[in-house]
Write a protein that binds this ligand. Sequence first.
Ligand code: TGC
Ligand code: FAD
Length: 386
Amino acid sequence: MTINDFFDLERWLSPEERQIRDAVRQFVEAEVRPHAGRWWQEGRFPSELIGPLGELGVFGPTLPEEYGGAGVSGVAYGLMMQELERGDSGLRSFASVQSGLSMYAIYRYGSERQKAEYLPRMARGEVIGCFGLTEPDAGSDPGAMRTVAHKVAGGYRLHGAKRWITNGNLAQVAVIWAKDDEGVVRGFLVPTNAPGFSAREIHTKASMRMSVTSELYLDQVEVGEEAVLPGAHGLSAPLSCLTQARFGIAFGTVGAALDCLEEALEYAKTRIAFGRPIAATQLVQERVVDMLSRVVAMQLRALQLGRLYDQGALHYPQVSLAKRDNARAALEVARMARELLGGNGISVDYAAMRHLANLETVDTYEGTYEIHTLIVGRALTGENAF
Ligand code: TGC
Ligand code: FAD
């Protein structure tokens, strides 16, 4: 019985899944944890870690080896996300967007030529991708997007704007979703050095400060036919990519919550008030047990989601429920940890406040709490209430 694994879920992991989880945990412990507070405060993404993360295999790990992946299980992929987010949600975001959104879009909807051109290099972290779905006036309702792709001789001309795009200023290739002349949503692989494409980083964030988030502008950007994702016709294409990334978030949030719980427990054992450790008070014990209770529920949800994924039996409303509830539970755990740390809880010398601020984004992106409530509500009732 450990604080990390109170219900001994380790028993249900394969040796490979444990080994993968431990390798990422060690990497994060050594390379991220000592610096995370400072990077977050400086608003800096540690791009020097991209190559080593590629070597560690965190980009597209479930893809077949021929595309640079390792064919690992969904659970192993989830556990990687958990350990990255234990370091910082921004680090997990980087990997989610690279793997679950950008690489998955190419793998699922791309031509053989596109897969061969991009996927192995993206797996090594040599090419960075971003995923442009959200727009200034279309977030929860991406079907209202205004970015258009007009057919021209030999290709398409793209025009529009995207907002809140993770990795936007780091990417060499942007997966851009736009409506064609028939109003059908299509996907395009746009080189970020194409004439008319520009990215502007958003510097005003009080959350996800270790992550690069950008606005993208497409001013009559011309791309050839080879840039079109041939398999993507309609909104279900980008939405299916979201399912992959939401799955990673269900696991990732466990990592952030575990980090908060561990920090709070350690603090409670050593912080003296009224002549004894605060851990010796009933209210503090109730607090840490409430945190643990949420963490265990999150772990159970994530693991079962992973097993369904690996059996090809996962339905997207299940992912919605897990994303919704794990993001919200992690927020509650971070909030309790922050409180338990007293004044120290607001400092980036500790992790709780950083996780708490980050998790506000996690609760919103990849579908807000309300949107996932309505996705599950529709699955339950058959009524569309958006
Ligand atoms: P709706 O009629 O429900 O669906 C259109 C078609 O898509 C299918 N579908 C899905 N397929 C796979 N996975 C999913 N999650 C799917 N959701 C829907 C659906 O079956 C249908 O297929 P078909 O064949 O019948 O056409 O479409 P709608 O316009 O009513 O919208 C539904 C709604 C609101 C659920 C959807 O628009 C939505 O999920 N909105 C939230 C938007 C969102 O999550 N954006 C995230 C942007 S990316 C991001 O935030 C990255 S953060 C960085 C990081 O991950 O770290
Ligand atoms: P809105 O859709 O305007 O929603 C505002 C509020 O209204 C929310 O509380 C919402 O729940 C509520 N609401 C909306 N409709 C309903 C309804 N029918 N019923 C009840 N309530 C409703 N997007 C990408 O495409 N790629 C990325 O890489 C990416 N990265 C991101 C990184 C960060 C740091 C952030 C903050 C966002 C990112 N996003 C990305 C965008 C993100 O997915 C959107 O912010 C999110 O989907 C919500 O859209 P919105 O911000 O437009 O809010």
